[in-house]
Design a protein around this ligand. Structure first.
Ligand code: IMP
Length: 188
C-alpha cells in the first residue's frame, strides 16, 4: 500500500519546504558571516531538514548529531526530562551552535537541551526548527530560525514520524484518523 493513501491533508508542500529552506540557509549565511557555526542535528527527525538546510548555507559550517529521548513520554508527547542517547563528538566550547530540530511542540525538549548545551560554554546557542506549534507551547523558547508555524495537529513527513513511519514522505502532512485506530488495534 502507498504511504500517500494514509494522508488526510498536506500542510507544507515539497516546494514550500524547498523555498523556505533556501531562505533560511541564506539568512544563516548572512548572520554567521566570518564565523564557523556548528550545526547540531537532533536525531532522527531533523536529518532530512539538515541535509537540505546545510546545502543551502553558503558559508563554512560543521555538523554533528545528537540523539535525545524524553523520559516517560509517549511517541506523541514529551516530558521535559531528556536523556541523551547519543552525544556530539565535537567540543562545543567557544562554538556558535545552531540546533537543527524538526519541530518545537511544547518546547520542553529544546528548553532542556539549550540549558544543557549552555553548561558547556558555547559562544552562542540558537535554534533552527523546520516547524513550530506555538499553540502547544508550555515553556518559553527563543527560536531564531523557524521554517513554518503549524496548527495544533500531529504532523508527519519530511523526517517526522508516527511510530517510526512516514519519515520519508517528501512533504509535511496529517494522517487520516483511521491510521491511528488501526495501529492501536494492531498493538492491542
Ligand atoms: P516538545 O518537547 O514537546 O517540544 O517536543 C519535541 C519533540 O516531540 C519533537 O522533536 C518531535 O520528536 C516530537 N513531536 C512533537 N510534535 C510532533 C508532531 O506533530 N509530529 C511528530 N513528532 C512530534
Amino acid at each position: 500500500m502507498d504511504m500517500k493513501d494514509d494522508i488526510l491533508e498536506v500542510l507544507v508542500s515539497t516546494d514550500e519546504i524547498q523555498k523556505r529552506t533556501a531562505e533560511l540557509g541564506q539568512q544563516i549565511g548572512h548572520d554567521y558571516q566570518g564565523r564557523n557555526p556548528l550545526m547540531i542535528c537532533i536525531l532522527r527527525g531533523a536529518v532530512v531538514f539538515l541535509s537540505d538546510l546545510m546545502r543551502a548555507v553558503p558559508i563554512h559550517v560543521t555538523v554533528d548529531f545528537m540523539g535525545i529521548s524524553s523520559y516517560g513520554g509517549t511517541n506523541m508527547d514529551s516530558t521535559g526530562v531528556i536523556k541523551i542517547t547519543r552525544d556530539v563528538d565535537t567540543n562545543v566550547a567557544h562554538r556558535d551552535v545552531i540546533i537543527v530540530e524538526d519541530i518545537v511542540d511544547t518546547g520542553l525538549t529544546m528548553r532542556a537541551l539549550v540549558d544543557l548545551l549552555n553548561t558547556r560554554a558555547p559562544r552562542s546557542v540558537e535554534i533552527c526548527t523546520l516547524l513550530s506549534k506555538p499553540q502547544r507551547r508550555k515553556v518559553d523558547v527563543e527560536i531564531k530560525y523557524c521554517g513554518f508555524e503549524v496548527p495544533n495537529k500531529f504532523v508527519i513527513g519530511y523526517g517526522l514520524d508516527y511510530d517510526e513511519n512516514y519519515r520519508n514522505l517528501p512533504f509535511v502532512g496529517v494522517l487520516k484518523p483511521e491510521v491511528y485506530e488501526k495501529r492501536k488495534e494492531e498493538k492491542g
